[in-house]
Design a protein around this ligand. Structure first.
Ligand code: SPV
Ligand code: MG
Length: 435
């Protein structure tokens, strides 16, 4: 057996520069070096979506002088690595002594100490040029051709993705940037849902397809200008088939990843009204025609058309819902969104279980506004692929604005509202990226 020390270091980068090579050489000088290449899922959740896939990054790492072995690393923390490889040394930059990786570092030291392993840290130096390279890589992500395919890539990497609604540049930035650290991992939303309800509400208008397509596109454009995450558009009924094919091409050109259209016709009302207002479901035949025409019109293989089944909302029964889902899928839909306004998830679960038994291919989407007690993990286990939080930023933002307005009126000044409800200007400014 070789008495050479074993060394491990993680690598997430997709743009290799001199700084990476320096640290790899220092690590290799300590012994036989294994590089753990972080999976696409891990890199996209803690940093940004990688421009190169994990497999590509593994090939690059394997070609670097001094690297003896390359493995895929599926977690940001070191638990698996340490248990499996028991390296003598783990190498890392010293920048993780503070910030969200601090607990990962502490756990790494503790696990290594169990068998006499050691953490070796090299000083991390900020480098303006490397900063510029990273900023350039980040800006690539907003280019339509790169952005469009990210939803499909994330679905392949993660199985389940989450989207939160955005209806403006600033709400887009909240979806883009909000992250929490939990159990050795960073959690972020994967994408954005541009909801017809929230887009209309932000304009003080009812959700009846009154806010026209040009206006909806403008909202998407504003969001796209300041964010990079994939966008799913709520396409209402999709309009006339003859118009829908143009909508598909426009969205595709812009870099939107998917459109969801619902099988209603005539004056569309929001689904959460259910049968309290008159709503007409489209015929299976018509809606299938629309889906097929849309799929035929699209130019790339990345864009997705997802068909939304309104049978449960309109109380037409489970059999009708399943029959429609089957037909829409056969007409070419990439996925099915099933909607319900019941608080208990029973009917949505019954649909998911029955649908998944016979269709393993279609992307399955849910919007748990009413059945909000179900966790993402449970949806994933049942075979759901996209969970959309469709209106929560709107529903939390506007009450707070109303309270602020009332408080200023009550006190004849802004002091009380400032203290109770307002973010500081400094904090607001920090949300806005500077070029
Ligand atoms: C929207 O967000 O506009 C939707 C989802 O269509 S729902 O409001 O639940 O119908
Ligand atoms: Mg809608």
């Amino acid at each position: 057996m070789s008495d050479k020390k074993t060394v491990f270091m993680s690598m997430s980068t997709d743009i290799l520069h001199g700084g990476h090579i320096n640290i790899i050489q220092k690590a290799a000088a300590l012994g036989e070096l294994t590089v753990g290449v972080l999976s696409d899922e891990v890199v996209s959740s803690y940093k940004r979506y990688p421009l190169l896939s994990c497999e590509e990054r593994m090939k690059i790492a394997a070609g670097i002088n001094g690297v003896s072995r390359v493995v895929k690393q599926n977690r940001l923390d070191y638990q698996e690595v340490i248990t499996e490889l028991r390296p003598d040394y783990i190498v890392h930059g010293d920048d993780w002594k503070t910030g969200f990786q601090k607990p990962i570092r502490e756990e790494c030291i503790r696990l290594l100490s169990e068998f006499g392993g050691e953490l070796i840290e090299f000083p991390f130096t900020e480098n303006e040029e490397y900063g510029r390279i990273e900023a350039a890589a980040r800006s690539q992500l907003s280019i339509p051709d790169i952005r469009r395919g990210r939803l499909k890539n994330l679905l392949a990497a993660k199985g389940l993705v989450t989207c939160l609604e955005a209806h403006s540049g600033i709400t887009g930035l909240i979806v883009e940037k909000t992250s929490v650290f939990q159990n050795g991992a960073v959690r972020q939303f994967d994408g954005m849902w541009v909801s017809s309800l929230c887009d209309s509400t932000a304009k003080g208008k009812p959700d009846i397809e009154l806010v026209d397509f040009s206006s909806r596109i403008k909202t998407i454009d504003e969001i796209m200008e300041v964010t990079t995450k994939p966008i799913v558009m709520d396409g209402d009924t999709g309009g006339l088939t003859e118009h829908f094919i143009y909508t598909v091409r426009t969205l595709e050109r812009m870099g939107v990843s998917a459109i969801i259209i619902e099988d209603k016709t005539g004056l569309k009302k929001n689904s959460l009204f259910g049968t309290e207002v008159p709503q007409t479901q489209d015929s299976i035949e018509n809606f299938c025609e629309k889906i097929t025409a849309g799929k035929k019109a699209q130019k790339t293989s990345e864009f997705m058309i997802i068909a939304r089944v309104e049978s449960l909302i309109l109380e037409r029964g489970m059999d009708d819902a399943l029959k429609r889902a089957r037909a829409y899928s056969a007409a070419g839909a990439d996925g099915i969104m099933i909607h319900s306004r019941k608080k208990e998830p029973d009917e949505i679960f019954r649909f998911i279980d029955a649908f998944r038994k016979e269709d393993k291919r279609s992307v399955l989407v849910v919007v748990p506004t009413s059945f909000n007690s179900v966790t993402e993990e449970e949806f994933k286990l049942r075979g759901v692929n996209i969970v959309i939080y469709a209106n929560q930023l709107t529903r939390s933002g506007f009450p707070s604005m109303r309270k602020t307005a009332e408080t200023i009126l009550e006190h004849h000044r802004a002091k009380e509202a400032d203290e109770k409800y307002c973010m500081s200007i400094k904090e607001i400014i920090s949300l806005i990226p500077e070029e």
